[in-house]
Design a binder for this molecule. Structure first.
Ligand SMILES: [Zn+2]
Length: 538
């Protein structure tokens, strides 16, 4: 029997298949988007090379599966990818210079917006810019400085357009910051950000697709081939679909539709009807599909729900965002439609209450398939909570890059002990948890080897934190590949390199399993391949 010639044939120093017990291979062949053959001999698949085969001779290189980022925000990244890259600034003068530079080549009156993946405590001055500073960078453009989703600073022109004055009342759950003299600082927090949001020009579909094209290519350039987007507004499913249909998605997308705006049973049902209709219309394929729905039970660095009070604030324990019974009802409705649920839990009280909720739902639905209910982050996971999560069979997604960038912010709020105790990966794995890894970009930076480096060294912007929680690099790689594919229910298709599996792979200039660990942080792939197609070429 003759086999059809390969589309792609790679000869490498090592092909780590991540199939348990299998020694490294030296050649891998891809046809029709799938892996067709592997060989221990670099020339063992030469017979599959035809005239149209792309042959990659890389005797120095190492092949691994493409990585998953199991908790990230591609849609948000698409919004901000063309923003002023203030995440590269080391201090406020540098930050403001980038804005001034963009203003110089932007027509007067047009909005100037920043990227959102940065933390003010990581700037030399450890603070946000002020309205006055932004006004001096440009008075001719409305400027919106944004960090993450819920923190903004506006210049005077932007405040005017948003209709915000010293007399504007604060919306419930929001802060319009004022200085000691009652003057606006330009800072908007939480729900107050909606005041700016509603006057921003809405990007058209072409611009949205362009943003997703650039953002997904940037993920692929770090070795990521699949993203699990943990906050997709339901109306954005059609934007992702249009991007996919135009070939603009470099990575596969597994979407968690945002349940953050729904509360009552009717609202939950309304959301699930829309998701159900979208799926029933046949919009899903191997490139884009709905994983489930996302909720959040507590806040993050400054509002995660803790058992013990915040540092220096004896009456503040963070915030729980749901009544447990109401959340259990909402999760139950989602599970009843056959969808999975990921719930954000950051503090130890948040995680404890979430496990109560999951226990309640599992008691109502004893036959629920394993992996239906997932803990997102489970940041501060105490031994008794780990034991409960493992006993319940609840997977947990972890994100070292979030700790890396947020360590200073978190230490201010929680103190050193609780910050260093975040993401106890060594314990989770030793105790038998079902873990997988991601970034939580834009709060943490993404990157395949950046994350492996972080999980193995426990390095952060505040130095090494909780070194005892570090894991081995082979384990860290598995959290982004084999384990990640289990989380999305695609073990038969992705996560390891086997004949018949989807051809999602990465080619590295050095072997990540033996490369000096300190250099892993900056190690980037020479090539990222998704479905047999090269989506990044370094
Ligand atoms: Zn997130």
């Amino acid at each position: 029997m003759t086999r059809p010639p390969a589309d792609l044939l790679v000869r490498a120093a090592a092909v780590h298949t991540l199939v348990p017990g299998e020694p490294p291979r030296r050649a891998i062949a891809v046809t029709g988007g799938r892996i067709t053959a592997l060989s221990p001999d670099p020339h063992g698949l030469d017979a599959l090379a035809g005239p149209a085969t792309e042959v990659v001779d890389a005797p120095h290189a190492t092949v691994l599966p493409a990585f998953d980022d199991t908790h990230t925000h591609l849609v948000l990244a698409g919004h901000s990818v063309h923003g002023v890259p203030v995440h590269r600034a080391a201090d406020l003068p540098g930050f403001l210079a980038l804005i001034r530079e963009r203003a110089a080549r932007t027509p007067a009156g047009e909005w100037i917006r920043t990227t959102v993946n940065w933390q003010e405590v990581n700037l030399a001055e450890q603070r946000m810019p002020t309205t006055g500073e932004l006004d001096r960078a440009t008075a001719d453009h409305p400027v919106l400085v944004r960090r993450g989703a819920y923190n903004m600073v506006l210049n005077s022109a932007a405040l005017r357009l948003a209709g915000i004055t010293a007399g504007t009342p604060e919306p419930p759950g929001g802060v319009i910051e004022r200085d000691a003299d009652g003057r606006l600082t330009g800072r908007l927090i939480n729900t107050a950000t909606e005041l700016a949001e509603r006057v921003l020009p809405r990007p058209g579909l072409a611009e949205r697709i362009d943003g997703l094209r650039a953002a997904s290519a940037a993920y692929a350039a770090t070795g990521i081939g699949t993203v699990r987007d943990c906050l997709v507004p339901v109306e954005d499913l059609d934007v992702l679909r249009a991007a996919r249909d135009q070939g603009a998605l470099a990575v596969r997308v597994r979407a968690l539709v945002s349940g953050f705006a729904v509360r009552t049973p009717e609202e939950v049902d309304g959301l699930l009807d829309r998701v159900g209709d979208w799926r029933a219309a046949g919009h899903e394929d191997a490139r884009l599909s709905v994983w489930g729905v996302k909720f959040g039970i507590d806040g993050g660095f400054e509002a995660g729900a803790l058992e013990e009070p915040y540092q220096g604030r004896p009456c503040y324990h963070g915030r729980l965002l749901w009544e447990p019974k109401e959340l259990a009802d909402a999760v139950d409705r989602v599970a009843g439609r056959g969808l999975r649920v990921g719930v954000h839990a950051w503090g130890d009280r948040g995680l404890r209450v979430l496990l109560d909720v999951f226990e309640d739902v599992l008691a109502r639905r004893p036959g629920l398939p394993a992996g239906t209910l997932v803990v997102e982050h489970g940041g501060l996971a105490r031994p008794e909570q780990r034991a409960r999560a493992i006993a319940l069979g609840v997977p947990v997604t972890v994100q070292h890059p979030l700790l890396h960038d947020g360590a200073l912010t978190q230490r201010r709020a929680w103190g050193a002990e609780r910050t260093g105790a975040l993401f106890p990966l060594r314990e989770w794995l030793d105790e038998g948890a079902e873990l997988s890894a991601g970034s939580d970009f834009p709060v943490g930076p993404y990157g395949a080897m950046l994350s492996v480096w972080g999980m193995t060294t426990r390095r952060t912007v505040a130095g090494v934190l909780g070194a005892e929680h570090a894991i081995e690099r082979a384990e860290a790689i598995a959290l982004h590949t084999v384990n990640a594919a289990r989380l999305t229910g695609e073990s038969a298709e992705r996560g390891s390199l086997r004949p018949g599996a989807l051809a999602d792979l990465t080619l590295w200039p050095a072997d990540p399993l033996s490369h000096p660990v300190d250099d892993l942080r900056d190690l980037l792939p020479e090539r990222t391949v998704v479905a047999g197609r090269t989506v990044h070429h370094g």
